[in-house]
Design a binder for this molecule. Structure first.
Ligand SMILES: [Fe+2]
Length: 226
């Protein structure tokens, strides 16, 4: 198993441990640097999963999800999403979470949105950021509770895949109604103020879009994750 993945795992444990909260910023930058260096071959995955042919199978979901690491009460999760070519993962959020996203195959477009203040309670207004096109040569994209926390992700032309770390992980679906839970919501966008380069949009919660579903592939965890 790649030592890069082991280093990332180790650095994620350090970064997101409450004991190290004083050095969070420095640790996060070290983690990002390591994630930026991760490549497909570090993950020991079957390349067929990432091929066009994998998505030509009858009844194949538009996304393949591989859960690399998540434990009960763990401070972070690691996973891989493989998306069919031209598939757009719908706009969603990561409440009170940080994240790093590193492309390991193909090319993706990330459209991120940052929440801004609204005079109306519960109204979600966001500022659109400049879309980013990312591939294996790009640095990882990051999201924080207050910045770039909403995004939609498109695989450009061919199937594309990204590795991500979320900290803390999403809550268990069963806990989704608990206060402070971190449940993924989906949104539609409504133009609120078109002021040129960074339009302001209003986001309205929607049900999980019918087109969005994943099938999953089991991952043989290396010893250091157990
Ligand atoms: Fe996401």
């Amino acid at each position: 198993m790649s030592s890069v993945l082991a280093k990332i795992f180790n650095q994620a444990e350090i970064t997101f441990s409450i004991r190290n909260s004083d050095a969070y910023k420095q640790n996060f930058m070290l983690l990002k640097k390591l994630v930026d260096s991760l490549v497909f071959s570090d993950l020991n995955l079957n390349p067929i999963l990432f091929s066009k042919a994998a998505f030509q199978v009858k009844n194949k979901a538009p996304c393949t999800f591989i859960n690399l690491y998540e434990k009960q009460n763990s401070t972070f999760s690691m996973s891989i999403f493989i998306m069919n070519g031209n598939y757009k993962m719908p706009l969603h959020d990561h409440p009170n979470m940080c994240g790093l996203l590193r492309v390991i195959s193909g090319q993706i477009k990330v459209e991120s949105y940052t929440r801004i203040k609204s005079d109306i309670e519960d109204e979600i207004l966001v500022k659109a950021e400049e879309p980013k096109i990312l591939d294996e040569l790009s640095a990882s994209a990051v999201l924080f509770p207050e910045n770039s926390n909403f995004h939609e992700i498109t695989a450009l032309n061919e199937p594309a895949a990204f590795f991500d770390i979320l900290a803390p992980p999403y809550s268990d679906y069963n806990d989704s109604m608990e206060p402070g839970s971190r449940h993924c919501s989906f949104y539609k966008k409504i133009m609120f103020e078109n002021c040129g380069k960074s339009p302001i949009l209003k986001l309205v919660k929607i049900d999980v879009p019918d087109h969005y579903y994943c099938d999953s592939v089991a991952y043989k965890q290396p010893d250091f994750m157990r």
